[in-house]
Ligand binder design. Structure first.
Ligand SMILES: [Zn+2]
Length: 314
């Protein structure tokens, strides 16, 4: 069964990559992984987003699209897919094929622009309009199909999935994320091996420590009486005695796109041993502690995969 980069989401009336579909499922915007079809306007081949509805830590394989239906005779997508430069991984048959992907990660909240437009489309959604919508959208989108897939992402746990994948395959330096920081119009290309920083490998004096990065390490998550979560990292920064932590206040929870889903996910890791936490934020020092300040729970992720063991394997 063939795999594709993009599929048309019937639920949303929009073209998506599998990672985007997964995030939209997490945010409660999509619910059915089988509600996709071929993005060619003349084709309705059924597509399923495998693992769309699994949490990152439950996935054995990354989310990806699988075509189950038959493409129509006139389908342009079939021809296009043959031309696209795909690098199929040999060996491990369980992994999805490795495709060129361009990832944009936006740290701004998205509710204001894109999502509200999507909601409007959904109001008057019916079968007939879906096809019409598909054609109109396609014309407007023009050339989104230069060869590599483009994903616009908002949740750090989706990036962690890509990080783990890159770590296992030794391709971290090759996977570039275009990060758009809050309040900045510029977009900064950063390879995953620079974007992710193990807290114990960095000194507060280094240049990287002053940047907004995904700091990670083994940590224990606790919850206090005020309902705040404390992510207490087990390791300190290099040459520093102070404890490293990330405090998740009610305000940060309120800033989250999918508050309930994110809280529920975080609760799965409460007081759990062997948890790695990833916090996309800035370091701030006080006399006793180093804080990783984040803006929203969308910028925190956890996994029980043994990252340091994986790192040694590379
Ligand atoms: Zn097709």
């Amino acid at each position: 069964m063939a795999s594709v980069d993009y599929a048309w989401s019937i639920e949303l009336g929009q073209e998506l990559t599998a990672s985007e579909a997964h995030e939209k499922w997490f945010m409660g915007i999509l619910s059915d992984k089988t509600m996709f079809e071929c993005r060619d306007e003349n084709c309705h081949a059924q597509i399923t987003c495998v693992n769309m509805d699994k949490q990152q830590y439950q996935m054995k394989m990354r989310e990806h699209f699988k075509v189950y239906g038959q493409h129509s005779e006139k389908c342009e997508e079939v021809k296009r897919n043959k031309d696209v430069n795909r690098k199929y991984k040999t060996g491990a048959g369980t992994e999805s094929p490795e495709l060129e992907e361009e990832i944009t990660f936006s740290m701004e909240r998205l509710l204001s622009h894109k999502e509200t437009q999507i909601d409007k489309h959904n109001d008057d959604f019916s079968e007939g309009q879906s096809v019409e919508n598909k054609i109109v959208k396609k014309e407007a989108e023009g050339v989104k199909r230069s060869g590599s897939r483009k994903s616009h992402l908002y949740l750090v746990h989706t990036l962690v999935t890509k990080y783990l994948y890159g770590l296992k395959n030794g391709t971290l330096a090759k996977i570039i994320v275009y990060v758009s920081y809050p309040g900045s119009k510029k977009i900064y290309p950063t390879p995953l091996n620079k974007l992710f920083i193990n807290v114990k490998n960095i000194s507060l004096m280094s240049r990287e420590a002053s940047k907004t990065r995904i700091f990670f390490g083994k940590a224990k998550i606790c919850k206090n009486k005020k309902g705040e979560y404390w992510v207490n990292f087990e390791e300190t920064l290099s040459n520093d005695e102070r404890k490293v932590c990330c405090v998740i206040s009610q305000q940060i929870i309120d800033n989250t796109l999918s508050k309930n889903a994110s809280k529920k996910l975080l609760d799965c890791f409460l007081y759990k041993d062997n948890t790695y936490c990833f916090a996309f934020g800035k370091l701030k020092e006080t006399k006793d502690r180093i804080y990783i300040n984040i803006l929203t729970l969308d910028h925190l992720a956890c996994t029980t995969e043994d990252i340091e063991r994986l790192d040694d394997l590379c």
